[in-house]
Design a protein around this ligand. Structure first.
Ligand code: ACO
Length: 435
């Protein structure tokens, strides 16, 4: 069944161009966000819109996540992120994002059971890890192996019903942590640790990362809580670059494994999932005396560098995730007794920037990445694994968006247009006469 678009019956927009006026329908969302429907624009006028970076373009309607960047609001399926962070678990949140409602006790138990069943990788998949060089970037390994999962589950390349979708989603959410941990163990030359179904999702991941044969890694409760929050707060963020990539790849009717693998690649960049590593590099430079806070701020103002972990395309007052992670970073460091000097530098840097007109005029505030790197360091996660951690957390969101696109009955293949600015037609020049 096709989704109905929420048209506003008593409102249209009028566009006049080349002496011709057309009426364009208006849509209104549940949070009163308005949009002008321009689907008939090219047919009626010959014009297209121009919106580099898509800052004014709604590519879809979506029921999953609401972000109000002006007021620092983030809700998954209507639930405020603060409430989910205070009371929920990552698995419950994943279920909520993917299936639309918080699970009942029985549903949560069943979902956990399926995740436990799916946590092992096919033994043949181990050999894929042997093919990668030990210094191979874990993000490349993650993307490749998630895509390769499709080879082991050919029955799930076409998803036609809810049960198949549930199985594919559970496989990816469960196995992504095994793949991520093994990519790290491969780089360290350490034996792969098999998952332990007795452990919760986050404890199990830390076990696969840090246990060694005959020596089980035992994280503190505050470490597990910090990791839970890290994953939960990263679980979705509506139409960001990687989510839009997943939706775009799905729009070709590509399978779930391939689509989320593309999402991992999109997440990799420094301006997206790579930003938390950028934050740590920046803080380390200050710690190591290569620069100082005032010097770095001056460099930012000369536009030589960016203040990593600051600014957001959507949040223009504060990022609610950053607030929660700042507290979690404190609690975790207190629980382990480890005093990370990077946290002190981060707090001081934030204080300076938040009191400086350059940043306040441009509405630049700490984003989720500003404190997340400190949490990851406190969990013993190396910097090149930071975007991998983001990808594990974001997986439920990508899966939910893939499913929304797959089932809404209205999605067309994504195919933006362009304004061509190249050469006019010209004659082919034979090689001997080229200057
Ligand atoms: N440091 C310094 N100046 C900045 C920063 C920053 N972090 N971010 C934006 N600006 C400035 C720009 O130089 C520009 O100034 P100008 O008007 O004088 O030219 C103005 O603010 C607007 O910047 P844009 O690049 O147009 O903002 P955009 O919305 O495109 O960028 C982005 C958003 C990419 C997140 C940007 O703020 C940035 O690069 N931040 C640092 C990287 C980062 O933390 N990324 C993580 C984002 S959150 C996530 O992916 C989970």
């Amino acid at each position: 069944m096709s989704k109905d678009y929420p048209f506003c019956p008593d409102k249209t927009a009028t566009l006049t161009i080349d002496g011709k006026s057309i009426e364009l329908p208006v849509l209104v969302g549940t949070e009163n966000e308005h949009a002008i429907d321009i689907t008939s624009l090219r047919t009626e006028t010959g014009y297209i819109t121009f919106d580099p970076g898509y800052g004014n373009t709604g590519s879809c309607t979506s029921d999953i996540t609401f972000v109000d960047g002006e007021n620092g609001i983030l809700r998954y399926r209507g639930y405020p992120i603060e409430e989910l962070a205070a009371h929920g678990t990552f698995i419950e949140t994943a279920y909520l994002l993917i299936f639309g409602e918080l699970p009942t006790r029985a549903e949560r138990q069943e979902f956990r059971g399926i995740l436990d069943e799916q946590e092992l990788l096919h033994e043949d998949l181990r050999h894929h890890f042997e093919g990668f060089p030990s210094n191979g970037h874990p993000m490349a390994i993650l993307s490749a192996v998630i895509n390769a999962l499709g080879c082991y589950h050919p029955d799930l390349l076409e998803i036609t019903n809810k049960d198949e979708f549930l199985r594919a989603a559970a496989k990816i959410i469960s196995k992504v942590r095994t793949i991520a941990a093994w990519s790290y163990r491969k780089a360290q030359g350490l034996p792969f640790m098999y998952p332990d179904p007795k452990l919760s999702y986050c404890r199990n991941f830390l076990h696969m990362m840090h246990s060694i044969p005959h020596k089980h890694f035992e994280p503190t409760d505050a470490q597990v809580r910090a990791l839970t929050l890290f994953f939960l707060l990263h679980a979705d963020h509506e139409q960001n670059c990687s989510c839009s990539t997943v939706r775009m790849v799905q729009s070709t009717e590509a399978n779930l494994f391939a689509s989320v693998s593309a999402g991992i690649c999109a997440l990799w960049g420094r301006l997206h999932g790579g930003a938390n590593a950028g934050v740590v590099h920046m803080l380390e430079k200050i710690r190591d005396g290569e620069t100082s806070i005032p010097e770095y701020i001056e460099q930012v103002k000369r536009k030589e560098v960016r203040l990593m972990g600051f600014g957001h395309r959507i949040y223009k007052s504060f990022d609610p995730r950053a607030k929660i992670l700042r507290e979690a970073a404190h609690d975790m460091l207190n629980s382990t007794g480890y005093d990370d000097p990077l946290l002190d530098i981060a707090l001081e840097l934030a204080e300076v920037a938040l009191n400086d007109e350059y940043f306040t005029e441009r509405k630049l505030y700490p984003n989720v990445d500003f404190y997340s790197g400190i949490i990851l360091r406190g969990l013993g996660i190396p910097v090149n694994m930071f975007p991998v951690m983001f990808a594990i957390g974001r997986m439920p969101g990508w899966i939910a968006h893939w499913n929304e696109t797959n089932t809404d009955g209205v999605t067309k293949i994504h195919r933006p247009r362009q304004i061509y600015t190249g050469k006019k037609p010209r004659k082919y020049i034979p090689v001997d006469t080229r200057l």
